[in-house]
Design a protein around this ligand. Structure first.
Ligand SMILES: *[C@@H]1O[C@H](CO)[C@@H](O)[C@H](O)[C@H]1NC(C)=O
Ligand SMILES: *[C@@H]1O[C@H](CO)[C@@H](O)[C@H](O)[C@H]1NC(C)=O
Ligand SMILES: *[C@@H]1O[C@H](CO)[C@@H](O)[C@H](O)[C@H]1NC(C)=O
Ligand SMILES: *[C@@H]1O[C@H](CO)[C@@H](O)[C@H](O)[C@H]1NC(C)=O
Ligand SMILES: *[C@@H]1O[C@H](CO)[C@@H](O)[C@H](O)[C@H]1NC(C)=O
Ligand SMILES: *[C@@H]1O[C@H](CO)[C@@H](O)[C@H](O)[C@H]1NC(C)=O
Ligand SMILES: *[C@@H]1O[C@H](CO)[C@@H](O)[C@H](O)[C@H]1NC(C)=O
Ligand SMILES: *[C@@H]1O[C@H](CO)[C@@H](O)[C@H](O)[C@H]1NC(C)=O
Ligand SMILES: *[C@@H]1O[C@H](CO)[C@@H](O)[C@H](O)[C@H]1NC(C)=O
Ligand SMILES: *[C@@H]1O[C@H](CO)[C@@H](O)[C@H](O)[C@H]1NC(C)=O
Ligand SMILES: *[C@@H]1O[C@H](CO)[C@@H](O)[C@H](O)[C@H]1NC(C)=O
Ligand SMILES: *[C@@H]1O[C@H](CO)[C@@H](O)[C@H](O)[C@H]1NC(C)=O
Length: 704
């Protein structure tokens, strides 16, 4: 009896414990987590921050499915229950609507864009009209008449949304079950009948994508440093964008010894490996990067077959650049390394450059355009070299199925890695593109730059394995471009023209590469080419061409490394141990300077889960693709890329029903009231316990 007051408190505890359990199971009933959440994240450069973020605990708003631009008024002015979470169909994902939402961000909690199953007609590009405007060669000092895309607006559909900053989260959702649930919830709860005001409870959505970094790259790198110096468990706030360039050469080059190689003259064959879109893990990059990359890989394979005695005098160096979207990270780093004896060659070793750009969209019979730089061509010796390169291309064109044509002589280069080499010195070089002036790509750096953009379709009845090897029209056309590139490189390296005509790229290889990069990398061919440890990196979806940050190799660079080794290397009979130790046998100490060795899975063995692992010897190398700005600590550099990506803790979204604000306040008030009342009651009971439960009691001083 004498413990009565404490029992009261115990009872209160039990009650709250029970309600706690109830609440937890209530949460499961009410909250519906979204399964597919792709967010726009924050990026920073020397002077700005771009992208999106939510508050620390996520932003909550009442769902509003926007029907048209006029309907925005409800969100921005007349709606009764702000803030709103705006659901946009892809057609309404326009600059005009997004900027209005940004201006009215007081009443906007966030935006979710529904990714349609087919591409929008017309065009859509969230990139700028003049990609890499300030980091290419056409600056005010190089030639003011070409600066800022004065002559040609390369990307006319560009609306610049990818470079805006939004104070609320923006997510993308697939048109599937999630969106069905959202639409249903909106229909059931948030649409006022016949224009009346919708009644609580309303359907709401919470989006969380809080970003750690703010302001700009110098600020966030300073914070990183402070964390590193003073914190036991440092929490970085941002990371430089970048990864690895992949390169290889037709003759092995000593990669241990850096700097000038006296007897080497190389023709660089380049392509880029990256792309982006508004949403960070949704960068299909089919035309903007995969088309050129695949054509170059196929050309490299075609050139492997040249016998030793027919090898041209010059070496061909295949370079695949990473991070070109973000102010040419990969190519600017390679040029910087060549200038500072950090690369196996230097700029004096470079004879000329052929770059394969966007080459995947060519209506029947239309030519490949040979872009060159009119400014460096004012120099006679450069002009002669460029002309001879163009002659080689024309010669190759006559023996392959591809026409070539030159754009207007006064037209500058499109955005390309060659521009970064030209910044270092005048160079003979040509960029192959499928457009003469503005891009043929209507979906540049957007989520719609997918196989559909390349007009790539498979007959419906094929199994995945049959699709892998099915040669589509797109693959045939791209293989023709690869043949053109291969023959040109052979001629440009000094090969015999009679031999050049027999070089052809394999359409089957092109078809498989297209499937592997644009449909799914988890296929039987790619599996054979990679080490078994990396099997989990092959996925059942299109490759994400987003650059990523330096710690992780991006998806395309991982794939290109092993594919290039398979397509240009040879299988050597070496034990697993020696292969992993980069040598041919135990006494071999020299080979690793010239070759790299990869122990890969190989073909599956019949009736077994094992594979026939093998050692592939190639000259494939990685070189860092981190902007020199971070090496040099020039974080406000205007010459080098300064892009960093903010870190974040979680990205997720969920929907649930909310009561009105007043009701929530009332509930809270009543809750607080009950708490106070019970406290008073407890106090009263315990102080008057003697009277209430009149029984013999120990003195209050007694200890229990
Ligand atoms: C743009 O180019 C035109 C000639 O094409 C030239 O007259 C004009 O000055 C240029 N504008 C700038 C800002 O350089
Ligand atoms: C940083 O990005 C913003 C937005 O795209 C751009 O306006 C600005 O010029 C960039 N700054 C530098 C130094 O490149
Ligand atoms: C979508 O819903 C259907 C039927 O409700 C179900 O069969 C299917 O597995 C769901 N898909 C996903 C991706 O959840
Ligand atoms: C998400 O996936 C889970 C299981 O895969 C499913 O039960 C749930 O309904 C899905 N959510 C939505 C909104 O479709
Ligand atoms: C909405 O309007 C329709 C016809 O105009 C009417 O039949 C219906 O009852 C109305 N609903 C409400 C809730 O007023
Ligand atoms: C490559 O360069 C390294 C360092 O200069 C040297 O030790 C090695 O012998 C060279 N190997 C070959 C095959 O040239
Ligand atoms: C390369 O040569 C091999 C045999 O020497 C031949 O089977 C193969 O078809 C050739 N590949 C190409 C692309 O020419
Ligand atoms: C290749 O180089 C060697 C020696 O430098 C020279 O004798 C030969 O003529 C060159 N061949 C061609 C096709 O230029
Ligand atoms: C796309 O493919 C269809 C059917 O294969 C063809 O009719 C159409 O001309 C192609 N379009 C382009 C731009 O190549
Ligand atoms: C390339 O991969 C194929 C399997 O797809 C394999 O048969 C071949 O031996 C590999 N070649 C090299 C050089 O790795
Ligand atoms: C590979 O090397 C081993 C030992 O050196 C030898 O027994 C074997 O026959 C070789 N295999 C091939 C295919 O050359
Ligand atoms: C694999 O299994 C099939 C049927 O089980 C058998 O006919 C075949 O001979 C086996 N092949 C090998 C290489 O063991």
């Amino acid at each position: 009896m004498d413990l009565q007051p404490n029992k009261w408190i115990l009872c209160l505890f039990i009650c709250s414990f029970v309600t706690g359990i109830c609440c937890n199971s209530m949460e499961k009933k009410i909250y519906l987590n979204l399964n597919y959440t792709v967010a726009c994240v924050r990026l920073l450069n020397a002077t700005h921050q771009i992208g999106c973020q939510s508050s620390l605990s996520g932003d909550v708003g009442v769902l509003h499915v926007l029907e048209s631009e006029e309907n925005l008024d409800w969100v921005l002015n007349t709606g009764h229950s702000p803030p709103y979470m705006v659901i946009l169909e892809a057609e309404l994902f326009t600059r005009s609507i997004l900027m209005k939402l940004k201006d009215g961000s007081r009443r906007v909690a966030g935006v979710a864009v529904i990714e349609p199953n087919t591409n929008l007609p017309g065009g859509f590009s969230p990139h700028t009209t003049c990609p890499n405007e300030n980091s290419g060669v056409y600056t005010e000092t190089y030639d003011p008449t070409y600066a800022h895309c004065n002559r040609t607006m390369w990307n006319p559909f560009g609306n610049g949304l990818s470079y805006e900053e939004f104070p609320f989260p923006i997510f993308s959702m697939k048109e599937d079950n999630d969106t069905r649930v959202i639409r249903q919830c909106y229909q059931d709860h948030n649409r006022g009948e016949n224009g009346s005001i919708p009644q609580y409870p309303l359907c709401a959505m919470q989006l969380s994508s809080h970003m750690s970094a703010v302001t700009d790259t110098p600020t966030c790198m300073r914070r990183n440093r402070i964390q590193n110096d003073f914190s036991i468990s440092p929490e970085m706030v941002c990371d430089p964008l970048g990864g690895s360039n992949i390169w290889t050469s037709t003759r092995p080059i000593n990669n241990t010894e850096k700097g000038h190689k006296p007897s080497q003259s190389v023709v660089i064959a380049a392509a880029r490996m990256d792309s982006r879109s508004f949403f960070f893990d949704l960068a299909p990059g089919a035309q903007s990067s995969a088309s050129g990359l695949i054509a170059l890989l196929a050309a490299a394979q075609a050139l492997r077959n040249i016998s030793d005695e027919d090898q041209p005098n010059r070496t061909i160096l295949y370079a695949f650049f990473e991070g070109e979207t973000f102010d040419y990270i990969g190519s600017s780093k390679m040029v910087y390394d060549m200038e500072n004896t950090r690369f196996a060659l230097d700029l004096d070793n470079v004879h000329s450059m052929v770059e394969v750009g966007q080459v995947g969209i060519r209506p029947q019979g239309s030519p490949i355009y040979l872009h060159s730089d009119p400014v460096s061509r004012k120099n006679d010796s450069v002009n002669t070299e460029v002309q001879s390169l163009i002659e080689n291309l024309k010669e190759a064109s006559s023996s392959s199925n591809t026409n070539v044509s030159e754009p207007e002589a006064s037209q500058p280069l499109p955005p390309s890695s060659l521009q970064r080499f030209l910044r270092a010195r005048p160079f003979p070089g040509v960029v192959l593109q499928d457009h003469s002036s503005t891009f043929t790509n209507r979906y540049y750096e957007s989520m719609f730059d997918n196989p559909e953009n390349l007009n790539m379709t498979y007959p419906p009845e094929l199994t995945p394995e049959e699709q892998l090897s099915f040669v589509t029209d797109t693959a045939k056309a791209l293989a023709d471009v690869a043949t053109l590139v291969a023959q040109t490189l052979f001629l440009q390296a000094g090969g015999d023209s009679a031999k050049a005509t027999s070089i052809t790229a394999d359409p089957q290889t092109v078809a498989r590469l297209l499937y592997g990069f644009l449909v799914k990398s988890n296929n039987s061919w790619f599996e054979q080419m990679i080490p078994s440890d990396f099997k989990s990196r092959l996925v059942d979806r299109p490759t994400n061409f987003y650059t990523g940050v330096h710690m992780q190799k991006s998806e395309p660079s991982f794939l290109v490394e092993y594919i290039l080794a398979n397509l240009t290397g040879t299988v050597v009979n070496v034990t697993q141990e020696d292969c992993k130790a980069q040598r041919e046998n135990e006494d071999d100490k020299e080979s690793r300077h010239l070759y790299s060795y990869m122990w890969v899975q190989g073909a599956p063995v019949a009736n077994s889960t094992d594979t026939d692992s093998l050692c592939v010897r190639s000259s494939v190398r990685l070189s860092p693709a981190i902007s020199p700005a971070f090496d040099l600590d020039l974080l406000s550099s205007a010459d080098y890329s300064t892009w960093t990506e903010s870190r974040w803790k979680k990205i997720n979204g969920r929907i649930f029903l909310v009561a009105s604000h007043e009701l929530e306040m009332l509930t809270l008030g009543v809750g607080v009231g009950i708490l106070l009342l019970s406290l008073i009651l407890t106090y009263l009971i315990s102080s008057k316990a003697e009277i209430l439960f009149c029984s013999g009691r120990e003195p209050t001083s007694a200890t229990y």
